[in-house]
Design a protein around this ligand. Structure first.
Ligand SMILES: [Zn+2]
Length: 195
C-alpha cells in the first residue's frame, strides 16, 4: 500500500515540473521599458556686458583692463594694436564735465584721463562705451562726426547695439578722422603726455 502512494506522489511532482517547463518556453515575457529621460539643456543666457568674454574682464579698479579689452576687440577685426607702447590711463578731472578725455588725440600715444568718481558710479555699459570712445580718439584720431561709437554723448547702450557700433567703427562704416586743422586745434588744448 505504501508503495502505491509513493508512486502516485512521484508522478504528480514529475507532471508538475514538466508542465511548468513548457509554460516558460511558450510564455511571452515582456520587460517593461522606461521611456528615455529627455534632458533639455538650459537656454544660454542672453549675451550682455557682464558675461561677454572680453568686456567682463574689465574693472574700474584697474583702468588698463580697458586697454587690454580694446586690443582684444580690435583683433576680432584683424586690427593689431600691439605696436602701441606709450599708454597712460590715469585718474583726474580734465574740465569737470566729462567722465573721460582723450588727451592723446592727434598724438602718437594714448593718454586718457578718467574722472574716477564718475566712472565708478556709471553703469558697466557706460564705462565700456566711454573707454572705447576715447581709444577711438587716441588711436585712430576718430572725430565725433562719425557718430555711433564716436558720438560725443556718453550713453548706456544696449549690448547688441553696442556690438553693431563697434563693428561699424572698425569696419569704417561709421568713421571720420579729425581734419588736419582740427588736429592742430586739439594739440593746442590737450595735456602734455606725462610718460
Ligand atoms: Zn569724444
Amino acid at each position: 500500500m505504501k508503495k502505491i502512494i509513493f508512486f502516485c506522489v512521484s508522478a504528480v511532482i514529475f507532471s508538475c515540473s514538466k508542465g511548468s517547463d513548457s509554460d516558460v518556453e511558450t510564455q511571452n515575457i515582456v520587460t517593461p521599458t522606461t521611456p528615455p529621460v529627455v534632458v533639455t539643456p538650459p537656454a544660454p543666457p542672453e549675451p550682455d556686458f557682464d558675461n561677454d568674454s572680453i568686456y567682463s574682464t574689465t574693472s574700474y579698479n584697474d583702468l588698463y583692463t580697458y586697454w587690454i579689452a580694446f586690443q582684444k576687440t580690435a583683433s576680432l577685426f584683424d586690427v593689431d594694436l600691439s605696436y602701441i607702447e606709450d599708454v597712460v590711463i590715469q585718474s583726474g578731472t580734465r574740465n569737470g564735465t566729462t567722465m573721460a578725455s582723450a588727451e592723446g588725440s592727434c598724438h602718437d600715444y594714448i593718454y586718457i584721463v578718467v574722472d574716477e568718481s564718475r566712472f565708478r558710479n556709471a553703469e558697466t555699459a557706460e564705462r565700456i562705451f566711454t573707454m572705447y570712445h576715447e581709444f577711438g580718439h587716441d588711436i585712430f584720431n576718430a572725430s565725433h562726426a562719425g557718430g555711433g561709437l564716436m558720438a560725443p554723448n556718453i550713453r548706456e547702450l544696449d549690448y547688441k547695439l553696442f556690438q553693431t557700433e563697434v563693428s561699424d567703427f572698425f569696419n569704417k562704416v561709421d568713421f571720420v578722422e579729425w581734419t588736419d586743422e582740427e588736429c592742430e586745434q586739439i594739440r593746442e588744448i590737450t595735456e602734455p603726455y606725462p610718460g
